[in-house]
Write a protein that binds this ligand. Structure first.
Ligand code: FCB
Length: 454
């Protein structure tokens, strides 16, 4: 199974999950600093204060990437490092860090893939309403312009947002992520302002010129009825509406899916605060779509459910994990064919533009064995099956150009703290020692062969 010439094999990380150094060189506070320090929000009270300390261990991590033969590295820029107050003065030291990062990648022939927003909103903007306030979309476009001006000579791949669904719903309706709000009307407002911010940032970057590739990353999950019942079928359709179509439709069709917006309206949730011209901006053309895929949603109708921390509790729907499914350490079912399903759906229903898998991976209960090795065979077979699934989708016409595995390193897994390990490289947190796992060596082989053995 040989992948096309130039296929971009890489890994992904995100600023708050790996950088640490939260109080250094002029970085401002983000909503994740605030949230993780609030008692009871993150498992064992862990925070990203130190994380993988990548801010101080950049050279070592760059060498590690080169050693694995990575063709690409997806990372995110921490907005509060660049603009500590979310607007106004630029912190040059913050930009310098990312300049060192992208130059270090180029020196090692690794393609940088830059994400502008992976959830670490400056706290100063949250204090004025955050993503529920339209002003944040404008600030985001300004910030995008600043980073673009500083790095567009070196960085070709630009991703505006990472997973606006998670930022909106986990952060504003279910309260599991920063900023910890619990109001579906706010989640819909956040959705709209994130997407508007994407559209405005796109305009800013396009008008600055340069022959770069601009895109956005969505987390997409096929939603299926858990049982063969009409009520489950309808519940799965609501979940699909909120989780997938609420983002795909405005981006690629210039409209919000009316079924889900009306459902919410009938249940007392405000419509997204759309103004004239917004949808044209949101649907401004992107050069590629980033897809993050982890699992399918299997949905039951749950008429008595009320809003809680459980996703879709506001939709009278409940996700279940099929009894027979293999599960990861996150409890997520392993479903490689769901990834092919997502890619084919995009092609059939939305767009033919190139796609990159910008995240996919699994958590494993990894440990260092007495010989000093981390044998994560489960992760190897996970990636093997997902790579095979996308290969088949490509044979059916999907224009997939690259694949970023999540993640390079074990890191701060949001509300799960450090308890969940997703890396192909093990991080021994007390010493910050990096130990490539079996999957890292295996992945290096896939990259050097540009494919899998049959
Ligand atoms: C995605 C996030 C990423 C990581 C993985 C496991 O939703 O984008 O930061 O936490 O899940």
């Amino acid at each position: 199974m040989r992948f096309p010439e130039g296929f971009l094999w890489g890994t992904a990380t995100a600023s708050y999950q790996v950088e640490g150094a939260v109080n250094e060189d002029g970085r401002g506070a983000s909503i994740w600093d605030t949230f993780s320090h609030r008692p009871g929000k993150v498992y064992r009270g862990e925070t990203g204060d130190i994380a993988c300390d990548q801010y101080h261990r950049l050279e070592e991590d760059l060498d590690l990437m080169a050693d694995l033969g990575l063709k690409a590295y997806r990372f995110s820029v921490a907005w509060p490092r660049v603009q500590p107050e979310g607007g106004g003065p630029i912190n040059q030291k913050g930009l310098d860090f990312y300049r060192r990062l992208v130059d270090g990648l180029r020196e090692r022939s690794i393609e940088p893939m830059l994400t502008l927003y992976h959830w670490d909103l400056p706290q100063a903007l949250e204090d004025r309403g955050g993503w529920t306030n339209r002003e944040t979309s404008e600030r985001f476009a300004e910030y995008a312009g600043i980073v673009y001006e500083a790095l567009s000579d070196t960085v070709t791949f630009w991703i505006t947002l990472n997973e606006p669904w998670v930022a909106s719903w986990m952060g504003h309706a279910y309260g599991v992520h920063a900023p910890g709000r619990k109001d579906p009307s706010e989640a819909l407002a956040a959705t709209h302002h994130l997407l508007l911010g994407h559209g405005l940032a796109l305009e800013t970057m396009r008008s600055a010129g340069g022959d770069n590739q601009l895109g956005v990353t969505l987390n997409l999950h096929p939603a299926r009825p858990a049982r063969d019942r009409d009520a489950d079928e309808e519940a799965a359709r609501r979940v699909d509406g909120q989780a997938n179509r609420l983002y795909l439709d405005p981006l690629f069709r210039g409209e919000y899916p009316e079924d889900i917006v009306s459902y919410y309206r009938e249940h007392g949730v405000d419509r997204p605060p759309v103004r004239d011209g917004d949808l044209e901006r949101i649907s401004g053309s992107v050069d590629f779509l980033g897809v993050n895929y982890y699992f399918r949603h299997h949905i039951r109708d749950a008429p008595d459910e009320t809003l809680s921390q459980v996703p879709f509790s506001d939709l009278a729907a409940r996700p279940i994990v099929p009894h027979a499914a293999e599960k990861t350490a996150m409890g997520w079912p392993v479903e490689p064919d769901g990834l092919a399903e997502v890619l084919l759906r995009i092609k059939e229903e939305y767009t033919d533009i190139p796609i990159y898998v910008t995240e996919n991976g699994r958590a494993v209960y990894d440990y260092v064995d007495p010989e000093g090795n981390v044998n994560d065979e489960e992760r190897v077979s996970y990636f093997d099956s997902h790579f095979r699934a996308v290969f088949e989708a490509m044979e059916r016409g999907v224009d997939l150009r690259g694949y970023m595995v999540w993640s390079l390193l074990d890191n701060f897994e949001w509300a799960e703290g450090y308890s969940k390990r997703f890396g192909i490289v093990f991080v021994d947190y007390p010493t910050q020692r990096r130990i490539p796992k079996t999957s890292a060596r295996w992945y290096a082989g896939v990259i050097s062969r540009n494919g899998l053995e049959d």
